[in-house]
Design a protein around this ligand. Structure first.
Ligand code: NDP
Length: 317
């Protein structure tokens, strides 16, 4: 038994999880403290667990001020803001919530893909602005056919494979790029990201974030994608060189982009908000009642499993 006496909540969580957590454990919210660093310097030793999220994360400095922590349970699958290496070095267990969000993130990749290609958000703005009434008939213009198109998936992990399977329903030809080919999948591996970009009509980015994927989608990849093809990013803002993307869109070197994530969230560059051929979402790919409920449940299940057995259901390392 690893009884968890005191839990540090790193920031705001979805209400159902916050409720469940506070009903079961003694929890302190770090965000209630005006000076979190000073609070941790004085009280850090009393906490034996941290609950956080992919969006909030936990700084390595804060973890260093928590000498008794045995487990971190994070809401989300992204680990780019969670100090996994530091935790590992101290044998601190790190739990996260993979798989339960695959469907919704894949669905949202397709929502963005369909939207930017068929121009639905733009057409909605056109109708609401009274343009249809003013200009009449077929005044809105044409989109890009999705069914039967070529989709390049960058990152073919849990979510990437779910996105690739969605492509089947649209009769798409699918290829993917990862550092290592994935065994047992029906899609062709493309070792060169630039080649994949040249080949496809839609380049869907779903790698992990962090330093190893920073600006993977750069000027060269965008030029290879070309003026008739689209970029979709549901991974992390850091994976795409946002300045290079803006220049490519401004010059018409790519056809458009569907973006759920940005380099400096929640800031979205004015250059993007002014463009009709981009669809912009506020990082909501997993944000459905069903999936957020399942993610919250996994955060709780990870803590309870750790208490009972010392093991997590979903361990990040
Ligand atoms: P996985 O770990 O299952 O998959 C990650 C994939 O990325 C692997 O196929 C990996 O292959 C590939 N990859 C990693 N680094 C590189 C690289 N340098 N070049 C090419 N491919 C690379 O993760 P999930 O599918 O579960 O999740 C993926 C990411 O999606 C998360 O890390 C998170 O950041 C993001 N996400 C975004 C959400 C949103 O709200 N928009 C919601 C949930 C997740 P290999 O190692 O062989 O290269």
């Amino acid at each position: 038994m690893h009884t968890l006496n005191r839990i540090l909540q790193a920031g705001k969580l979805v209400p159902a999880l916050e409720q469940a957590l506070h009903a079961r454990y003694s929890v302190h919210r770090l965000t209630d403290e005006p000076d979190p660093a000073a609070f941790l310097a004085e009280h850090g030793a009393q906490f034996d667990a941290v609950v956080t999220s992919a969006a909030i994360g936990l700084s390595a400095q804060h973890l260093a001020a928590l000498p008794s922590v045995k487990v971190i349970s994070s809401f989300g699958v992204g680990l780019d803001k969670v100090p996994v290496e530091e935790a590992k070095a101290r044998s601190i267990a790190v739990g996260y919530t993979p798989d339960v969000l695959n469907d919704c993130v894949a669905d949202m990749a397709f929502a963005l893909l369909l939207d930017v290609a068929r121009r639905t958000a733009e057409a909605d703005r056109f109708v609401r602005a009274g343009q249809w009434v003013r200009l009449g008939g077929n005044s809105f213009g044409l989109g890009r056919k999705v069914s039967g198109a070529r989709m390049g998936v960058v990152g073919l992990g849990r979510i990437g494979q779910t996105i690739a399977r969605r492509g089947l329903g649209f009769d798409m030809e699918v290829r993917y790029h990862t550092r290592r080919p994935v065994a047992g999948v029906p899609w062709a591996h493309e070792p060169s990201l630039t080649e994949l970009a040249t080949w496809c009509d839609f380049l869907v980015v779903i790698t992990s974030g962090g330093p190893s994927t920073r600006h993977l989608i750069n000027e060269e990849v965008l030029n290879a994608l070309g003026p008739r093809s689209f970029l979709i990013n549901v991974a992390r803002g850091t994976v795409v060189d946002e300045a290079a993307l803006i220049r490519a869109l401004q010059d018409g070197r790519i056809a458009g982009a569907g973006l759920d994530v940005f380099e400096n969230e929640p800031q979205v560059p004015d250059a993007l908000t002014g463009m009709d051929n981009v669809v912009l979402l506020p990082h909501i790919a997993s944000a459905t009642h069903e999936t957020r409920q399942a993610m919250g449940q996994r955060v709780m299940d990870n803590l309870e499993a750790f208490e009972r057995t010392g093991q997590l259901i979903s361990s990040a390392y």
